[in-house]
Design a protein. Structure first.
Length: 584
């Protein structure tokens, strides 16, 4: 091979790897939204998990990508370690599909129909369709299909260039001598593991081996141990992905390693013994793309058949390697690895947002309880809840902003915008809960006590505000539009109540029933309560608006409040009656 042949080989390898990456990206984008549905039906049954791993990997053409996703799912609490083990085993079988597709490049025939099966015959048409879809069609789904077709065409072109570049190597004695070194099963296994670990794709590594088989110098005896090593090398991607994750996620990456090392060790031992004891003439036969695909499939299927019944043992070994730890903070479950499947990242974000909303409700309850019965521990509980909502907003807000930069469906983009808006509202409500707690603390420090009438008015108003917050949060949690529609009429009642209560308290101060200092604290409290109610209304309207995938909350509020709405008025009158405050 001359210098230009080396350049041709490098170019072919580059196109091959780029095409595989491009096709994988397109397949993940196109199929990613369906993974959520798969996961929802996933059970702890071994067969179900195995079939899911096989199906997903066959679709996205990468066991490494599937395993990385699984690590992310486990890290986020979406999938258990037991479920992950079965999916990983399925992924090892699913990845063999790529080798079968690439084996079509080895077709040699003068028959027109058979030649049409060779990828190089039809990839130009696929590339043409792909570039039209990708450049000229605005539909995101069709753009993803275009990306898949372009990736496949590039991959096949790279494979053809590599095969043509390495063919002259078959005539070189030095190349034959190198292959003789790796005919040692252990060295062959190490070669497969190292090469695959470097390029981080067993499918790509098998493709390179299939291209090298074009030289006619790669025997089956050399190829089989290399294939075994490729299964070990592909674990590098999952191990790197597990860095910085929780212990269960790291365990899932280790199970992937244990599974492949155990399978390779057992079958390499059997292979070496059989090679020593028996005259296996087929091992001296020149490998070709089809035989390599067969060996790859048989090895992975046998490994899975041997170790699937022992998945419980692998789980125990993983727990022995990485002992159990205390439960982690749910915010840490926001894993960037889920960005490749936006619908699942959105689902996880919504779950965390619901936890934030519950924290917000608890803060309101604890804060309101302090007005009538002050307790230092109660203030600390409100403060901790407020700090927790700040943490939620920082972590979840950052996560959602990063997620919004990815290619999202219209539905996912709308949900992402809604969650970003809502977490800001929850954080403000928790801030106001802290304001209420501080007012209660000021009253306690100054030995301040409101009159019986003022206390009654506060009790009625806090009850109304508490109900508005709880209705808004429940509407969000259950996506209940009917419940959400009841929040705004209650907010109007609270607005009217604020005006009425303020006037009555001014009258009490004028009569000398309350001091000016008490008046300031009371005024601050009812202002804060009214603002909490405003945020409850915004939360409820967001739930309503986003059910239609829009976010025109202020326009919707104006329309509801200023246009004739009999249903709104009926609910308003019910709440006005329930929370009536008698004038003095």
């Amino acid at each position: 091979m001359d210098l230009f042949g080396v350049f041709q080989l490098i170019g072919g390898l580059t196109l091959f790897l780029f095409g595989m990456s491009l096709m994988g990206t397109g397949l993940e984008k196109s199929a990613g939204y369906k993974l959520k549905g798969f996961l929802e039906h996933l059970t702890t049954k071994k067969l179900n998990g195995f079939l899911m791993g096989l199906a997903v990997t066959a679709v996205i053409q990468s066991s490494s990508a599937t395993t990385v996703m699984v690590v992310g799912f486990v890290n986020s609490g979406i999938m258990t370690l037991k479920q992950a083990i079965h999916v990983i085993m399925g992924a090892n079988v699913g990845t063999t599909v790529t080798a079968w597709i690439l084996s079509l490049t080895g077709i040699n025939s003068t028959n027109t129909f058979v030649r049409l099966l060779k990828p190089s015959s039809f990839t130009p048409i696929l590339a043409l369709i792909g570039i039209i879809y990708y450049l000229f069609i605005k539909n995101k789904r069709k753009k993803d299909i275009g990306l898949i077709l372009l990736g496949f065409a590039t991959l096949i072109q790279g494979m053809e260039i590599m095969s043509a570049a390495v063919k002259p190597l078959g005539e070189l004695d030095s190349f034959r001598n190198i292959l003789l070194i790796f005919s040692n099963p252990l060295l062959g296994l190490l070669l497969g593991a190292v090469v695959t670990g470097i390029i981080q794709s067993s499918s790509a590594s098998v493709g390179i081996l299939q291209a090298l088989s074009a030289t006619g110098q790669v025997t089956m005896g050399t190829a089989i141990p290399i294939i075994m090593g490729q299964n070990i090398g592909t674990c590098v991607t999952a191990l790197l992905s597990s860095i910085g994750t929780n212990k269960n996620a790291r365990r899932s990456a280790l199970v992937h390693l244990y599974f492949n090392v155990a399978g390779s060790a057992v079958f390499l031992t059997l292979f070496s013994i059989a090679k020593y004891l028996f005259d296996l003439s087929f091992l001296d036969r020149a490998a070709n793309p089809v035989l390599i695909a067969v060996a790859h499939s048989v090895f992975n299927i046998l490994c899975t058949a041997m170790l699937l019944p022992l998945s419980g043992t692998l789980e125990k070994i993983a727990y022995k390697t990485i002992p159990e730890q205390n439960k982690q903070d749910s915010v840490s479950l926001l894993d960037p690895r889920l960005f490749s499947t936006p619908s699942i990242a959105i689902s996880r974000s919504r779950t965390i947002a619901q936890e934030m909303a519950e924290t917000c409700v608890n803060a309101i309850r604890d804060a309101f309880a302090l007005i009538g019965r002050y307790d230092e521990k109660g203030v600390q509980k409100v403060e901790l809840a407020e700090q927790k909502t700040d943490s939620y907003e920082d972590s979840l807000g950052t996560y959602l902003v990063k997620l919004s930069g990815y290619s999202l469906s219209d539905e996912d983009a709308a949900e992402c915008a809604k969650l970003l808006f809502l977490i800001g509202e929850f954080e403000r409500v928790a801030d106001y809960a802290m304001d209420v707690a501080e007012s209660a603390q000021e009253m306690n420090d100054k030995k301040m006590q409101f009159s019986q009438a003022a206390t009654h008015e506060l009790n009625v108003m806090t009850a109304a505000v508490a109900e508005s917050v709880e209705m808004a949060v429940t509407a969000f949690r259950n996506s209940d539009i009917l419940l959400a529609s009841r929040v705004d009429p209650l907010e109007e009642v609270i607005d009217d109540m604020k005006s009425s209560v303020k006037k009555q308290h001014i009258a009490r101060m004028q009569r000398g029933d309350c001091t000016i200092e008490q008046g300031f604290v009371f005024s601050d409290l009812i202002t804060v309560l009214e603002r909490i109610s405003d945020h409850s209304s915004s939360i409820a309207q967001c739930v309503i608006e986003m059910s239609h995938h829009t976010l025109n909350i202020h326009d919707h509020l104006y329309q509801v409040k200023h246009e004739s709405n009999n249903e709104f008025m009926d609910v308003y009158r019910d709440f006005a009656k329930k929370y009536a405050v008698q004038n003095e």
